[in-house]
Design a protein around this ligand. Structure first.
Ligand code: NAD
Length: 489
């Protein structure tokens, strides 16, 4: 914290485990409430100077950070793979370059944060709109994309002049700690970026509840998001929630079926399905559902499952044994209630048994009400259901509590235009599923949360609007005063 590494005071430690092998690769001290308080104090102390630093100097600091990360890209990718189990190809080609691009984007955006000179609305005053930072931001991130999630939290916050205390998931802290070290190394002032490694119930709740934290930004599951919101309510804090997802993937009868099949495989298996926007529910027109199932099953059974450090590996382990058991539980319960497991549905044996692996799994023959259709599984599992009419497809796509992302596949321009409007989600892809870009917002509808990460829309979360109203008459006695008190002359 404050640019320095400090041992946690809770007296507890937690192992960081490589989920591909089960080996402990690091042991971290867990932060207690007093560590959180010290980090918040460091952020509070840094705020006056950072919030009044010129946008140009904040931008320069971020550009220096981007250069440093470029030089360490391979180290970041290796560390990201080690604690999450994600394939090194994904870490190298998606997580790390995406994170660096985000830094570069916010370095530019930091210089384009303006308010506006407004107008003489009543003829007697002129108005100015100032966009100001909020103060100390308390952020909590999940384990699926530790580096990218840290970036999505830190960058818009500090580009706008806030200071931040970030708590990564305790099982994947390595790259967030590296990032904090690099922020210090490139001269981002002490206390602007602080990282506390601790558990959710202890360090997380202490952070959200701390009176000097003015805004809470959380990415994680919907149940924990609800708890975060409850705690923040007591302090009337601004809240930004990026929660779970259950993305529908709607394939119409005129779709390019080969594109849809390839899109479904990439969209559901990315990061072993531990992606809040992953394709999870494929609704496929009854006329082409058999061909779709056959095509996806064919590719699911051919992906290379194995050592995530191998460039040839497509699918690594899940993040932990706990997550493996959770995913297996969903599939086992679906199987027990009559679902057809087209392929996968198992924990692989042999050499892979030492890791938290789960095979790519395609499930059919389930009803819309089934648990596996309604709840977030967060694993390499795709469920396929049929539909007959467009109206039915849109109704089914919208029929869960979530609304983070969705895709629609069709060659009919009017259908795709209708899909954009009808599907209730923060991102709707047409004829693709997954791509994100720093310039565009990411965030949910419904129980997937509210507020946006990435893009200049993120500044709407991390800034507050001030109206400055200036008298332009220079008169000592103003007419409107007479509505309050009478005076002579
Ligand atoms: P999680 O909700 O279990 O944990 C997320 C973070 O919250 C962790 O840092 C954890 O330590 C912390 N936490 C846990 N209990 C807490 C408490 N009582 N108070 C404060 N903090 C607490 O989620 P996860 O399992 O780490 O991540 C997977 C979830 O994240 C999925 O639901 C996924 O959809 C969601 N996610 C959403 C987005 C998005 O942009 N919407 C992005 C990535 C992940």
């Amino acid at each position: 914290m404050g640019g320095r590494a400090v041992a946690g005071s809770s007296g507890e430690t937690s192992p960081v485990v490589d989920p591909a092998t089960g080996a402990t690769i690091a042991e971290v001290d867990l932060a207690g409430p007093s560590d959180v308080a010290a980090a918040v104090a460091a952020a509070k102390a840094a705020y006056p100077e950072w919030s009044t630093a010129t946008p140009g100097s904040r931008s320069a600091a971020l550009l220096a950070l981007a250069s440093r990360l470029e030089g360490r890209a391979a180290e970041y990718a290796a560390a990201e793979t080690a604690h999450t189990g994600k394939p090194i190809r994904l870490a190298t080609q998606f997580d790390v370059p995406g994170s660096i691009d985000n830094v570069q984007f916010f370095a530019g955006a930091a210089r384009n944060l303006d308010g506006k000179a407004s107008a003489e609305w009543d003829g007697l005053h002129t108005s100015v709109i100032r966009r100001e930072p909020i103060g100390v931001v308390g952020s909590i991130a999940p384990w699926n994309y530790p580096l990218q999630m840290a970036m999505w939290k830190i960058l818009p916050a500090i580009a706008a002049g806030n200071t931040i205390v970030l708590k990564p998931a305790e099982i994947t802290p390595l790259t967030t700690v590296m990032l904090a070290e690099d922020c210090a190394a490139v001269g981002i002032p002490e206390g602007v970026v602080n990282v506390v490694v601790g558990t959710g119930p202890v360090a997380g709740e202490a952070l959200i509840g701390h009176p000097d934290v003015r805004m809470v930004s959380f990415t994680g599951s919907t149940p924990v998001g609800r708890r975060v919101m409850e705690i923040a309510t007591a302090g009337i804090k601004r809240v930004h929630l990026e929660l779970g997802g259950k993305a529908p993937f709607v394939v119409f009868d005129d779709a390019d079926l080969e594109a849809a099949i390839h899109g479904a495989v990439a969209g559901s298996l990315i990061n072993a399905g531990q992606d809040c926007t992953a394709a999870t529910r494929a609704y496929v027109h009854a006329s082409c559902i058999d061909a779709f199932i056959a095509g996806v099953a064919d590719l699911f059974t051919s992906v290379v499952v194995g050592d995530p450090t191998d460039q040839a590996t497509d699918l690594g382990p899940l993040v932990s044994r706990r997550q493996q058991q959770r995913v297996a539980g969903f599939v086992d319960r679906a199987r027990a209630s009559g679902a057809r497991i087209v392929c996968g549905g198992d924990i692989p044996q042999g050499d892979l048994a030492k890791g938290a692996y789960y095979l790519p799994t395609l499930v059919a023959g389930v009803s819309q009400e089934a648990e596996i259709v309604q709840q977030e599984v967060f694993g390499p599992v795709l469920v396929v259901l049929p539909f007959e009419t467009d109206d039915e497809a849109f109704a089914l796509a919208n029929d869960t509590g979530y609304g983070l992302a969705a895709s629609a596949w069709s060659r009919d321009v009017y259908r795709t235009l209708r899909a954009q409007r009808e599907i209730s989600a923060g991102t709707v892809w047409i004829n693709d599923h997954i791509p994100i870009m720093s310039e565009m917002p990411h965030g949910g509808f419904k129980q997937s949360g509210f507020g946006k990460d990435m893009s200049t829309y993120a500044f709407d979360e991390y800034t507050q609007i001030k109206h400055v109203c200036l008298d332009i008459t220079g008169q000592a006695r103003k007419d409107w005063h007479r509505t309050v008190f009478t005076y002579e002359g």
